[in-house]
Design a binder for this molecule. Structure first.
Ligand code: 5GP
Ligand code: MG
Length: 193
């Protein structure tokens, strides 16, 4: 597979050290498109005749969400949340924190779907479900494009699962490596060399 030509560099400065990375294709844009269309169809079937509030987790899920809403027929509102991430081993209190939230009035009484790029340990989604539940939604479900079940630390519901992926570091289609590579149209795993 041809490596991506623009926007993401195989030579990256990570923590001050220049390292070489090889990007290996995991999911092509065509495969991603099929998964997104299937998820949209499942969501449309389940929410027929209703209006949905999509709460998208920044930043990674913005590309997925943009494609998902355009494949859906269900009327949607869209809002965004952002949570702080702590590097592994430095979590001191309570895990991830909501740093950009949504308004209670937006959520109360609505059918809410939390949209995530990749479900890894589950800590972020767990935190956000608790946060949103307190606002009194009519219903609350989770959709994730990718699922890395081998890394799960907390049990979280996943109502709409795109596809399961191996325990590898992935980039592209919204997923970053040091804020780069989000603009790649396909999903790659990063091989260090
Ligand atoms: P969790 O709280 O489930 O461990 O964290 C999920 C978040 O970690 C995702 O929203 C994503 O931002 C990030 N993440 C998990 N796995 C990967 C990966 O393979 N690549 C990238 N770029 N981010 C990941
Ligand atoms: Mg994320």
């Amino acid at each position: 597979m041809t490596p991506p030509s623009s926007g993401c560099y195989s030579r990256l400065v990570v923590a001050g050290t220049v390292t070489q990375h090889k990007l290996v294709l995991l999911l092509s844009r065509q495969e991603i498109g099929e998964v997104v269309r299937r998820l949209a169809a499942e969501i449309d079937r389940d929410y027929a005749g209703r209006e949905l509030l999509l709460v998208v987790i920044l930043r990674g899920a913005f590309v997925f969400a943009a494609d998902l809403v355009r494949e859906m027929r269900t009327p949607v509102r869209v809002d965004f949340v952002r949570i702080s991430s702590y590097p592994t081993g430095t979590v001191t209190t309570g895990g991830p924190r909501v740093v950009t939230g949504v308004r209670r009035e937006e959520v109360r009484g609505r059918d809410v779907l939390l949209v995530e790029d990749i479900l890894d340990t589950g800590l972020s989604v767990d935190r956000l479900l608790k946060y949103l539940r307190r606002m009194g939604p009519a219903s609350l479900r989770v959709c994730a494009l990718l699922d890395k079940p081998s890394r799960r630390r907390v049990d979280v519901p996943l109502h709409y699962r795109g596809t399961t992926v191996p325990d590898r570091f992935l980039v592209g289609y919204g997923l970053d490596m040091d804020q780069r590579c989000r603009n790649l149209s396909d999903i790659y795993w990063v091989q260090e060399s």
